[in-house]
Design a protein around this ligand. Structure first.
Ligand SMILES: *Cc1c(COP(=O)(O)O)cnc(C)c1O
Length: 413
């Protein structure tokens, strides 16, 4: 861990205040052309004394715009102070958590996992077109059937065909034979290039795909491919509790990664992360974005710099050890609940390094799922699974209440 440290609140406050003071102060500097200002002073009073002690709220009020990407080229000079904090966040995530070499990655704080996944697909689609003269109908988007629907949005927006790979019912791993057959078939049908979305914690199951499985099959069938990791849910858990893994940048097959800070990290909504090896993000350069200082190579335009500050504060408040401790608490609760389910003979899926338990709907009364707020895989009559996500507020007490009720329901049936 080079950049990720535990920092006390006073030091954090100082660091953020310094960064904000290097941003534009509209009161002091004449800027006639910027279509922005701090938050409306009539509505959001900025002289409240408590703001001094609340660096995140202070940054909300100052309202820095982090438009563009700040890990390469020029950036808007007006927000240079807080852009530096965003660069620190990108380094912690790419290098400390996902094992990238020093300065080998670009990245930005996106609006969420959806944007980061679409950004990845957009980047690789353009790469195949620009470098290989690929035609749209020669490009394939490949992902498991448990993949988040944002990847279907990407397929639709970018007009590239989607190939869904079935998984085993019990362990949610990709069915290798099916992958092989489907890829061979796609090749027969003229596909030459593949964009793979490999999951690190699927939304419904928390299952983790093996990116090397995709790489092996695609290489064997001689397709040109790029692999993006969707770690929107698992990115702040799996690579931290399982340091030996093949989902980070030390795996040469991994080219880019999505993380979501507004899930496990409990950052404000609108805070995702996109990371990519250097030399890739330029493929989505919008040459027409001339009024932005530097290159616009992000899907979002204007975006709040406060989101980067929130991620920075959360990471530095815990530090790597504190965060691991918190994760271990969540995993412990998950295991306690799984032990109870085992005793009751209830079938479920759980990845041992993840905090999701996905229970077979046929093993559980629907009313109980509803009462305890479990989430079904499909809102309708056709649910096959219900999930529990062991977040901060999901404590052992309430998990025990749930399994006790489950036991009673089983006993009476
Ligand atoms: C939540 C999630 C997304 C989408 O993220 P948003 O932040 O809601 O846009 C993408 N992939 C996975 C695996 C997710 O869990």
């Amino acid at each position: 861990m080079h950049y990720w440290k535990k920092i006390n609140f006073e030091e954090q406050r100082q660091h953020i205040t310094d960064a904000l003071s290097k941003n534009i102060d509209y009161q002091k500097i004449i800027t006639l052309g910027v279509p922005g200002s701090k938050l409306d002073g009539q509505v959001f009073y900025d002289q409240a004394t408590f703001l001094k002690e609340a660096p995140f709220l202070q940054s909300i009020v100052q309202n820095p715009n982090h438009i563009g990407c700040h890990t390469l080229g020029d950036s808007e000079p007006y927000f240079a102070g807080t852009q530096e904090i965003e660069r620190e966040v990108i380094k912690i995530l790419a290098e400390d958590i996902l094992k990238a070499e020093s300065n080998s990655c670009d990245g930005y704080i996106a609006t969420g996992g959806t944007e980061a996944n679409i950004q990845a697909c957009w980047m690789y689609r353009n790469l195949f077109i620009q470098e290989y003269n690929a035609r749209l109908e020669e490009i394939l988007l490949i992902a498991s059937e448990d993949t988040h629907y944002s990847v279907h949005k990407a397929s639709n927006l970018l007009q590239i065909d989607y190939l869904s790979i079935p998984v085993h019912m019990d362990d949610r791993s990709i069915i290798a034979d099916e992958l092989e057959n489907l890829v061979a078939q796609a090749k027969q049908n003229g596909k030459k290039y593949a964009i793979v979305i490999s999951n690190v914690g699927t939304t419904m199951f928390g299952s983790v795909d093996n990116p090397d499985d995709y790489a092996a099959v695609l290489a064997k069938h001689e397709l040109i491919f790029k692999i993006h990791m969707d770690a929107a849910f698992g990115g702040f858990i799996y690579p931290i509790v399982q340091r030996q893994n093949n989902i980070g940048f030390d795996n040469p097959h991994v080219s880019s990664v999505t993380l979501d800070a507004h899930k496990m990290l409990q950052a404000p909504y609108g805070t995702g992360v996109f990371l990519a090896r250097k030399g890739l993000i330029q493929y989505v350069l919008t040459k027409e974005a001339k009024y932005v200082n530097g290159m616009d190579i992000t899907l979002s335009g204007s975006r709040s710099g406060a989101n980067a500050i929130a991620v920075w504060m959360i990471l530095q408040t815990y530090g790597p050890h504190g965060w691991l401790e918190k994760l271990n608490t969540l995993l412990y609760r998950t295991s306690v609940c799984c032990t109870d389910l085992n005793q009751l003979g209830i079938r479920y899926f759980r990845h041992p390094q993840m905090n999701i338990i996905t229970i077979r709907a046929s093993d559980m009364p629907g009313e109980l799922a509803q009462e305890f707020g479990l989430v079904p895989d499909s809102h309708g009559d056709s649910s096959q699974w219900y999930k529990i996500v062991v977040m901060d507020h999901v404590q052992i007490d309430v998990l025990k209440q749930f399994t006790e009720r489950l036991a009673a329901a089983k006993g009476s049936s």
